[in-house]
Design a protein around this ligand. Structure first.
Ligand SMILES: O=C(O)CCC(=O)C1=CC=C[C@@H](O)[C@@H]1C(=O)O
Ligand SMILES: [Mg+2]
Length: 375
């Protein structure tokens, strides 16, 4: 038993609904309101850690939803956390192994344990994760726009704001020609496309046209749960494939790399089940020479803070999707808000996630609250 294991006293699940500044459209559809949980975890010594769930209200991205997250956390995962003290946050994913899948529910709770652990040590979350960077390069993800003209205006705005990489959502009918226009207008920017599984192997010849556009990568062109067809596509095109939805665990990443299904991985803490699993993927990709970057799930400030800490690890070699709070929210739930200067975010050095939760603002967006005490 370590000198000071974590004994959780209380877990509060704050259910929030926040309205995005601009509607977010992908190949799946459009949404404006983000419903999610902020996990507040208080231990017997009075330390408080925060996590954030990233599942959407409907199962369009993966099978998880806000409702399944609530069910899994309250009925299965929290009881596993409360049953005995926690020596180290790496234990959490082991304890959760008896529960199948549900990575986003697991990650929301595990993230709060990591924040609590860092605060108890007096270290930043980046430091306890093994981060080496004091600042990180960030890019931005741009949803499908109503016209090419408005897309070019949005790209220009973010290029002027200094974002290091532009991610453009594509789908059949809004892809090669649109990207050609962006590349013509911005010949030197770091440019990538995210297809969110909108294509099949029948589109190989069409997707091959992307090779003329000097893209950094094409993200998740094929099936959300595929690595075999992606290997065939990667063998047929020059543009590096990046996997997002297909990678839900360390083993998924290992198998995809072994098969040659991708050359880059978009690591999302919630999608893979937490920070411990994210670190395992990061460490394996470092050994294999596979670039990784940190994807986004339109998080509020707590999730954004976790993404910043993870991105400080050295194999996060490519700009991620962790843009500034103001890109998403009129008012974020953390202080200070996450800011980006010339495409750079400074990694907080304060203990834990490095940002304070503004309780007044959090409560202004709260629609439900579930408290579980450790009897
Ligand atoms: O948080 C951000 O700004 C990135 C958002 C983003 O690009 C995505 C969020 C969720 C699902 C997808 O549509 C897409 C992605 O695939 O990364
Ligand atoms: Mg993606």
């Amino acid at each position: 038993m370590s000198a000071n294991p974590i004994t959780i006293d209380k877990i509060i699940l704050h259910k929030l609904v926040m309205s995005l500044k601009d509607p977010f459209e992908t190949s799946f559809g459009t949404f404006q309101d983000k419903e999610f949980f902020i996990v507040e975890m208080i231990d017997k010594d009075g330390f408080t850690g925060f996590g954030e769930s990233v599942a959407f209200s409907s199962p369009w991205y993966t099978e998880e939803t806000v409702k399944t997250n609530e069910h899994m956390m309250v009925d299965f995962l929290i009881p596993l956390l409360l049953k005995e003290p926690i020596e180290h946050p790496d234990e959490v994913s082991k304890r959760f192994q008896i529960i199948r899948r549900n990575p986003m529910a697991k990650s929301a709770l595990e993230g709060a344990v990591w924040d609590l652990y860092a605060k108890r040590k007096g270290w930043s979350l980046a430091k306890v994760l093994g981060g080496t960077r004091s600042q990180i390069d960030v890019g931005i993800s741009i949803g499908i726009q109503p016209s090419v003209r408005s897309l070019l205006q949005v790209v220009e705005r973010y290029v002027l704001e200094g974002y290091k990489r532009m991610k453009i959502k594509i789908k059949p009918g809004w892809d090669v020609e649109v990207l050609k226009e962006v590349r013509r207008e911005f010949p030197t920017i770091q440019l990538m496309a995210d297809a969110n599984s909108a294509y099949t192997l029948e589109d190989i010849h069409h997707l091959k046209k992307l090779d003329d556009l000097n893209l950094m990568m094409i993200e998740q062109p094929l099936g959300h749960d595929d690595i075999v067809d992606h290997a065939k596509l990667q063998a047929a095109i020059e543009t590096p494939i990046c996997l997002d939805e297909s990678i839900n665990s360390f083993d998924d990443a290992r198998r995809a790399i072994e098969l040659g299904s991708c050359k880059i991985i978009n690591v999302k803490i919630g999608r893979v089940g937490g920070l411990t699993e994210s670190k395992k993927i990061h460490d394996y990709c470092k050994l294999q020479g596979v670039d990784v970057w940190c994807g986004g799930m339109l998080e509020a400030g707590v999730g954004r803070a976790h993404n910043i800490a993870l991105t400080s690890l050295d194999q996060f070699t490519l700009p991620g999707d962790t843009a500034a709070s103001e890109r998403y929210w009129d008012q974020d739930i953390i202080e200070p808000a996450v800011t980006v200067e010339n495409g750079i975010i400074h990694v907080p050095e304060k203990p834990g996630i490095g940002y304070e939760v503004n309780r007044k603002v959090l409560e202004s967006f709260r629609v439900d609250k579930i408290t579980v005490s450790n009897e």
